[in-house]
Design a binder for this molecule. Structure first.
Ligand code: AMP
Ligand code: MG
Length: 423
């Protein structure tokens, strides 16, 4: 197994005290590894899961050439480019009922959408343009050979991968797999993620609050984001800033989980023991990341007995927890789940107002993307303090101001990342 030092040593300009966001993500990505465990599930239960191997199509979809429209199946050779042609209707083909026999010269078959193309025909004339008198169907000129015909295998080809390992099974994929007649899929097992909050000042919901105490909200936001990501979650509660209790919590987490997320206790002047303990229990680095909010963070792997878990020690401030989760942990966890693509798109829209921004750090301001006068623009949610969780709640996007970005003038374009894409 790689040591963190091996990863970090190959980076030039690595500075743990002013680490750019992109650099931190490079280290994380180079260090974590996808889980190998798989399980076979009934198709519906595979929603939100990651196929462990390519799903190869056992059949062509559609299985036969068929009609894309209601009309008449004809032989293109019978048609004329510049005059109408009269054909004799010799039968009917509907979806699920195949026309038996061969269609000869001068003949046609009434056909419905989805019906298999009768033998001898290659083209469908839509019913709206055909003139019908008894069994005589007159086709106007101007038809194109092969029109309105779907080809066997045009959706999914037999023997070819219908779905790649590492993709995500969404509703469209459930339907696509069903269209292949596949009832079970082999997917990566769920990622097990343990988390706990640290701090003597924290109380859990349901307990009375004394002076100087606050309710633990981080465990609730983490519950939310981890559940949405499809993880198996292990909520380990609040752990006081007590070395023995913290050590027990870390040890248990390393035993049961693939990854551990903690909040609090990684900031600079804090009289916390988390940092010492994390370092004692494994291979952990402490970073001050060039970002706002969310500067301090610990990352690495902790071990106990033969078991190990990746560790993400997030800052304590509620907004900083969510921002560092979304921009470091989310992608790492998806990668561990076996996902091939974890990037989220940035969109560029106009900022309604001037934004203050110092170069040399990445800022994730909370924004509201809204439409007015036929244009989408973005404004901030208001106070951007890292303890103000309301700024996350009111937002529908992050305004991402990159490392080198300076002040933004009103009307200038900025990058935004939709929060809906984050879960
Ligand atoms: P720390 O990183 O431990 O210094 O915490 C920074 C700030 O975040 C302090 O004001 C803490 O009280 C607050 N905080 C830490 N953990 C939590 C939590 N789980 N829920 C709400 N606030 C927290
Ligand atoms: Mg603390």
């Amino acid at each position: 197994m790689k040591a963190l030092a091996d990863v970090i040593n190959c980076m030039s300009d690595y500075d743990p005290d002013a680490l750019p966001v992109a650099r931190a993500n490079e280290v994380i990505r180079a260090f974590v590894a996808p889980i190998t465990g798989v399980q076979t599930l009934a198709l519906r239960d595979a929603l939100g899961r990651v196929p462990a191997e390519d799903i190869i199509s056992p059949i062509n979809v559609p299985a036969h050439d068929n009609s894309a429209m209601d009309g008449y199946a004809v032989r293109a050779d019978d048609l004329s480019p510049d005059s109408p042609v009269a054909l004799v209707e010799v039968g009917v083909a509907t979806a699920g009922r195949v026309f038996q026999g061969e269609v000869g010269a001068g003949q046609c078959v009434r056909i419905m959408t989805g019906a298999v193309m009768p033998g001898g025909t290659d083209t469908v004339v839509i019913q709206e343009v055909a003139r019908v008198e008894g069994k005589t169907v007159t086709v106007p000129p101007g038809q194109t050979r092969g029109q309105n015909r779907r080809f066997a295998g045009e959706d999914l080809q037999q023997g070819k991968p219908a779905l790649r390992a590492g993709s995500l099974i969404r509703p469209a994929e459930l339907g696509m797999i069903a269209s292949l007649g596949i009832a079970q899929v082999t997917v990566k097992r769920r990622l097990r993620v343990a988390f706990f909050s640290t701090g003597d000042e924290l109380r859990s919901v349901g307990e009375p609050l004394a002076a100087g105490e606050v309710y633990d909200s981080n465990r609730y936001t983490l519950h939310g984001v981890l559940t949405r990501l499809g993880c198996e979650i292990i909520d380990m509660g609040v752990v006081r800033d007590d070395p023995a209790l913290l050590e027990a919590a870390f040890t248990k987490a390393a035993e049961v989980a693939d990854a551990v997320i903690t909040s609090g206790g990684v900031s600079v002047g804090e009289a916390d023991y988390t940092k010492q303990l994390m370092a004692k229990l494994g291979d952990v680095v402490f970073w001050k990341i060039a970002m706002r909010p969310g500067r301090p963070m610990a990352f690495g792997r902790i071990q106990t007995g033969g078991k190990a878990a990746y560790l993400f020690g997030l800052p304590g401030n509620p907004v900083a927890v969510m921002v560092t989760f979304y921009h470091f942990v989310r992608g790492a966890l998806l990668f561990m789940m076996g996902r091939a693509d974890t990037d989220l798109p940035l969109l560029r829209v106009k900022s309604q107002a001037e934004l203050r921004k110092r170069p040399g750090r990445t800022e994730y301001q909370r924004g509201i993307l809204e439409q007015g006068n036929g244009e989408w623009t973005v404004r901030l949610t208001g106070a951007q303090g890292s303890g103000i969780l309301r700024s996350m709640s009111q937002a529908n996007c992050f305004v991402v101001l990159g490392h080198e970005q300076c002040n933004v003038s009103a009307g200038d374009p900025v990058d935004v990342m939709l929060m809906d894409g984050l879960v």
